[in-house]
Unconditional design. Structure first.
Length: 296
C-alpha cells in the first residue's frame, strides 16, 4: 500500500495510473474506520483496478460548536485497517495543504442541500462539496463510492459531479448496521450506555415505516408520525430534529410515499447527532442513483 501525504504525489500517482489505462476507485473518509467504511472499500474493489482511500477530517464541514476538535483521530489504526483490506493508496493530506492561507473558492449547491441536514447544519454541505471537489481533482477517480448512511450527501455529490462535468461516476453503497440495527458511525462512540441502548430506535422506526408502506399505506404525514411515535417509545431521550419523506431525486417533501421516497431521521441523543434513512423500493431506482446492491 502506498501511503501518500503530499498533494502532488497523489496527483502524480493518479496521472500515471490513468495513463496506464487503469481504473481508479475512490472512497473518501474522515477516518476512525469501522465496518461501514470497510464495506465501501470492499465494494470499491469490484469497481476498478485500484482503490484509493482518503483520510481527512475536513474543518470546513464542521460548524461552530460542532465536534471538529473531539472528532476521533486514529491515523495508525486507520492505516493498518486499509493495509489489511488491500487498499492501494492511503491518502492523508494535511489541512494546511488542502486549505493554504488565502484559500477562497468553495462549492455551493442551492437546492438539494437546503432541507434535512442542510437546514440544521448551515455551511456543512458547502464544506463537504468543496473538499470532495478538491479530492476528486487530486485523486482523479473514475468512480467514487459513498454510503447511503449519508444519503443527502451522496445525492449532492452525484449532482455536483454531473453539474460540474467532473466525469466521476458516483455510486452509493448500502448502510452497514450493528446487529441491533444502529447505523454504524464514527460518532456512536460518543454515546453513553443508556443512549447506546436507545439509539437503535431510529433504525427500528424506519423498519416499521417500511413495513407500513409495504402493507399499502402511502400517506407521508401518517408514515412520518408513525416514525415519531416509534422513536418516542423506544428512545425517550432522543430529541428529533427532523423526520421527513422526501423525493430522493429532488430532495423535496412528498405527500404520498412512492418508489424512490427517502424516509430520513435526524436526532440528537445528548450531544450526539445521529442520522438514518431508508429508500423505499430502492431496487426500482437503483440504476438512476447508482445504488450498489444490498448483498453484493
Ligand atoms: P465519514 O468518515 O463518516 O465521512 O464517512 C465516509 C464514507 O463512509 C461516507 O461515504 C459515508 O456515507 C460512509 N459511511 C459511514 N458510515 C457508514 C455506514 N454505516 N454504512 C455505509 N457507509 C457508511
Amino acid at each position: 500500500m502506498r501511503d501518500i501525504e503530499h498533494l502532488e504525489a497523489m496527483r502524480a500517482w493518479s496521472q500515471a495510473t490513468r495513463r496506464a489505462g487503469e481504473r481508479i476507485v475512490f472512497v473518501p473518509t474522515m477516518g476512525a474506520l469501522h465496518a461501514g467504511h470497510i464495506a465501501l472499500i470492499q465494494r470499491a474493489r469490484g469497481l476498478g483496478d485500484h482503490v484509493v482511500v482518503s483520510l481527512f477530517v475536513n474543518p470546513t464541514q464542521f460548524g461552530p460548536g460542532e465536534d471538529f476538535d473531539r472528532y476521533p483521530r486514529m491515523l495508525e489504526a486507520d492505516r493498518e485497517a486499509c493495509r489489511a483490506h488491500a487498499v492501494d493508496v492511503f491518502f492523508r493530506p494535511s489541512a494546511e495543504a488542502m486549505y493554504p492561507p488565502g484559500h477562497s473558492v468553495y462549492v455551493q449547491e442551492d437546492r438539494l442541500s437546503q432541507p434535512l441536514c442542510g437546514a440544521r447544519r448551515p455551511g456543512h454541505f458547502r464544506g463537504v462539496l468543496t473538499v470532495v471537489a478538491q479530492l476528486f481533482n487530486l485523486v482523479q477517480p473514475h468512480t467514487a463510492v459513498f454510503g447511503q448512511k449519508d444519503a443527502q450527501q451522496a445525492r449532492l455529490i452525484q449532482q455536483m459531479a454531473r453539474d460540474l462535468h467532473m466525469g466521476v461516476e458516483v455510486r452509493m453503497a448500502p448502510t452497514v448496521r450493528e446487529a441491533d440495527g444502529l447505523a454504524m458511525s464514527s460518532r456512536n462512540r460518543y454515546l453513553s450506555a443508556v443512549q447506546r441502548a436507545q439509539a437503535p430506535a431510529l433504525a427500528r422506526a424506519l423498519a416499521h415505516a417500511r413495513a407500513v408502506y409495504e402493507a399499502g399505506r402511502r400517506d407521508a404525514a401518517e408514515i412520518c408520525s408513525e416514525i415519531r411515535a416509534q422513536c418516542a417509545r423506544w428512545a425517550p431521550e432522543a430529541a428529533l430534529e427532523y423526520v421527513e419523506a422526501m423525493d430522493f431525486d429532488r430532495m423535496e417533501p412528498v405527500d404520498q410515499c412512492a418508489p424512490g421516497t427517502l424516509l430520513a431521521i435526524g436526532a440528537r441523543l445528548g450531544a450526539t447527532r445521529l442520522i438514518d434513512n431508508i429508500l423505499l423500493d430502492a431496487g426500482t431506482v437503483a440504476d438512476r442513483f447508482g445504488l450498489l446492491p444490498e448483498d453484493g
